[in-house]
Design a protein around this ligand. Sequence first.
Ligand code: NAD
Ligand code: APR
Ligand code: ZN
Length: 247
Amino acid sequence: ANSALEQARTLLQAAKRVAVITGAGISAESGIPTFRDAQTGHWARFRPEDLASPEAYQQDPETVWDWYAGRYRDVMAAQPNAGHMALAELERRKSSHPDGFLLATQNVDGLHQRAGSRQLVELHGNLTHARCETCQHLAALPAPETFEPPPICLKCGSRMRPNVVWFSEWLPPEALARAEKAFEAADVALVIGTSSLVQPAAGLALLTLENGGSIIEINPDVTPLSEWASVVLRLKASQALPALLEG
Ligand code: NAD
Ligand code: APR
Ligand code: ZN
């Protein structure tokens, strides 16, 4: 029988349209801790509602900004890894078909852009930008060395908030709609480095399944999505993705 890797390779090569969803796991090997890893995960040290919620920010914006400024420095010091690079290569291979490829990420670290991904939606925003609380103006943060939070809006002088989606907040509707459309049309949904615990991101791959497509999951651990996957690669993203593109 074909190995899981060969099965996944065959499915991926035959696919005209590929939709990808990534989570913190793909950036773990770039040195950025995941959320739910018991030892190093962010939520092991902090309670999410204490830092990543509108209430926390209203209550104590300085603490929330200090935490995000720290994560901003981490992500700017990190480099995309072989997994990020392989996804940028996969996009190039599938771009001969008009809507042949879309990458939706829950990550806010900006590593997919730096790896060269272009057909990309950021479902939870991006740590490298801030958004004005009053006029919604979006601005890139200054270099980490010179960044002193909170950033002030150059358009209206108000305080700016981290440009990320917090617990109990809604995802940017246009990003979510674009992702849903891609997963509905996809022949293959590639689910990488996410615990698939948080909606609505966790539900995207099921749209592919509902429309007759297949799911490939890349994750060293089991997730609630694993039972729906045609192929599961119990591997790290930086090992599985380059191997998927070989041959
Ligand atoms: P949640 O399920 O509590 O909040 C989202 C809820 O609202 C879900 O029920 C979801 O179905 C619904 N929802 C959100 N946006 C929607 C939309 N556009 N259309 C339809 N339904 C929508 O999830 P959560 O764990 O509270 O977190 C909310 C979001 O914030 C999640 O996506 C989470 O991943 C994100 N988040 C980001 C960070 C970060 O630092 N980047 C930290 C924490 C949470
Ligand atoms: N390669 C692939 N997967 C990995 C790797 C790796 N090297 N290392 C860890 N993983 C897997 C873990 O097994 C886990 O299933 O990545 C997943 C990380 O899950 P989480 O820490 O829950 O991160 P994520 O799924 O992105 O969380 C979703 O919840 O807290 C919110 O907004 C936050 O976007 C986040 C969302
Ligand atoms: Zn403003």
